[in-house]
Design a protein around this ligand. Sequence first.
Ligand code: PLP
Length: 368
Amino acid sequence: MQLSTRAVHAGRDDLADLGVHAVPLDLSTTYPARDSRAEAARLDVLSTGATVPGMPVYGRLGNPTVARFEAALAELEGCEAGVAFASGMAALSACLLASVAAGRPHVVAVRPLYGTSDHLLGSGLLGNTVTWAAPGEVGAALRSDTGLVIAESPANPTLAEVDIAALAAECGDVPLLVDNTFATPVLQRPATLGAQIVLHSATKFLGGHGDVLGGVVATTEEYARRLRQIRFVTGAVLHPLAGYLLLRGLSTLPVRIRAASATAAVLAERLRAHPTVSRVHYPGRGALVSFEVTGDPHAVVGAVRLITPAVSLGSVDTLIQHPGSISHHIMGAAERAGVGISERLLRMSVGLEDAEDLWDDLDKALHA
Ligand code: PLP
């Protein structure tokens, strides 16, 4: 079946047999059981990171509503399993902790990355070390203690693209983690190109309405078990209501991505011809457009009226922000310059408004 069909039905295939139409939302923190010995046996299985049929003993070990979202996202990404987290950063942290715990704390990463991901890797806060490498130099940067190769494509905030298949070929036995937040499985499925780990800030396009924070990793069942073990002890679980909203978001994901991408292509073309815009970053698809202005980028953010002046992306409304001040502020100016993030760069996440209304607002703001 096509992705748009599975986006609607994945995680819901049993609902008609259950006699319900909406996904059951289970808010339980604990699951009563009269047989403690049987529960102990189930805990022994759960503590290996495996899943068990039936209820998950306690809310930090699993949740039926969240499990539906995990299964659906894994299916859309073409992976065996999904593991959901409280945020995208919690998902990335679990992957880094898995490497550190396995005695392979060294990461090779391709820049740019989302500012806080860059900061997490560079600061070593979770005990890892990093070598920054350009595609083509990744193979040479691998060491015996390298546990992960990490890339974003398109990358935040410049929308630089990486040839994922070529990068995967460079990685050898080291798992490649691709942050697929910007492309979503509608435009790109990294697992089909050789990535073993596909990460999302579900906060963005998967949720799609700016009202849910979450993260998810689509991967092999073997790696998913390691992540579940870490999630069990760190407690960075996705709230069941968030799982419900994210599963609902998946059903409209293909429609939203196609509509927003069509509008983004129109705006990118007009920005290229605009007298106050010196450079447009647009990979030719997707809902993100980044552009450098000749004037003051802060004035543009301050002048939009229809467009929302806010960080984050992937919502139904169009958002604009200045990476140097917000999404990539934590990196510091020197690091930003080193990875090609201009202080005149603005990042815009195109939503579902009419293209002419958006252009009217943007054009006025650019002249402000
Ligand atoms: N990855 C990318 C590409 C992002 O843009 C973000 C957040 O902006 C994250 C990861 C982190 O996700 P979260 O904010 O859900 O923790």
